[in-house]
Ligand binder design. Structure first.
Ligand code: CP
Ligand code: NVA
Length: 309
């Protein structure tokens, strides 16, 4: 994986996904063993949007491996406005070993990757959130002990988080379902890729409008905010469209009794999920947040070809 751009979950093959998961679990169990594996290595974080988890976990993550991060926020670089994306890429790769970027348009990541000699990792775009998905499957494995046959339901908007989760889940033999209104169901091209993945892995994917039908017998119930960053002008319409898709205790009773509840966070309490569910014993949202750290440490160690010894 050394030198790989990780723009999509599809940039990793099945074996590489397993390798990242296994390294992440080892790093979580014995972080001190990896303390100097990226000594002196540098990473630039280009963020067009705000962040709590992604920023802190990448910065703390690389520092805990002996490297360091330079953070550039939304007003620092003004990607494509102050300077062309191509030129930003060709500057940065002269100075740093890795670029981690959070962008509005997925295409910006593709341009960065095309023009930068240094690898580029997607820290969220409008289409995908692969680092979140790696932490999510790590969390699912910790709680369920397997992937094959695990039913994972995403209630709400088929957004970046749902896309990456389903792209990876379909490779692992999971039974996936999205419950969302017609206008907010999974994109047809992505669905084809997910169906092709699932037919190879023994998994499945169903899309339906009825949240109760979607959630029935679920092992994992996932939701995310209805209006993602960058879609603020659609908030009014989305709030209306997603009435009836709130994950609350009335909906959760249709999942398996030992189902876990997941959310990438930040959550809008009282909108897509109630506090009762978010704070319930079924909720593993802070395990997910913790695992962002371990999963990304494993990913950057692999991409930078750190010396694992
Ligand atoms: N889940 C996630 O990516 O959180 P942040 O937006 O806070 O980074
Ligand atoms: N779908 C959300 C995820 C935030 C981590 C967004 O893009 O805003």
């Amino acid at each position: 994986m050394k030198g790989y751009d990780i723009i999509s979950i599809e940039d990793l093959n099945d074996q590489q996904i397993q390798e990242v998961l296994s390294l992440a679990a080892q790093m979580k169990a014995a972080p001190e063993r990896y303390r100097h594996t990226l000594a002196g290595r540098s990473m630039c974080m280009l963020f067009e949007k705000p962040s709590l988890r992604t920023r802190v976990t990448f910065e703390v993550g690389i520092a805990s491996l002996g490297g360091y991060a330079v953070y550039m926020g939304p007003t620092d670089v003004a990607l494509g406005k102050r300077e062309a994306v191509e030129d930003v890429a060709r500057n940065l790769d002269r100075w740093v070993d890795l670029i981690v970027a959070r962008v509005f348009a997925h295409r910006t990541l593709e341009t960065l990757a095309k023009y930068s000699q240094a690898p580029v990792i997607n820290a969220l775009s409008d289409i995908e959130h692969p680092c979140q998905a790696l932490a999510d499957i790590m969390t699912i494995f910790e709680h369920k002990g397997r992937f094959a046959g695990v039913k994972c339901v995403f209630i709400g908007d088929a957004n970046n988080v749902c896309n990456s989760l389903f792209l990876v889940g379909s490779r692992l033999g999971m039974k996936l379902a999205q419950g969302g209104p017609k206008d907010y169901q999974m994109n047809a091209d992505l669905l084809k890729t997910i169906q092709a993945n699932a037919s190879k892995s023994g998994g499945s994917i169903t899309i339906c409008e009825d949240p109760i039908e979607a959630i029935r017998d679920a092992d994992v119930v996932y939701t995310d905010i209805w209006t993602s960053m960058g879609q603020e002008s659609q908030k009014h319409n989305k709030d209306r469209a997603f009435e009836g898709y709130q994950v609350n205790t009335d909906l959760m009773v249709h999942a398996k009794p030992d189902a876990i509840f997941m959310h990438c966070l930040p959550a809008h309490r009282g909108e897509e999920v109630t506090s009762e569910v978010l704070d319930s014993p079924q909720s593993v949202v802070f395990d997910q947040a913790e695992n962002r750290l371990h999963a990304q440490k494993a990913l950057i160690l692999k991409v930078l070809g750190g010396d694992i010894g």
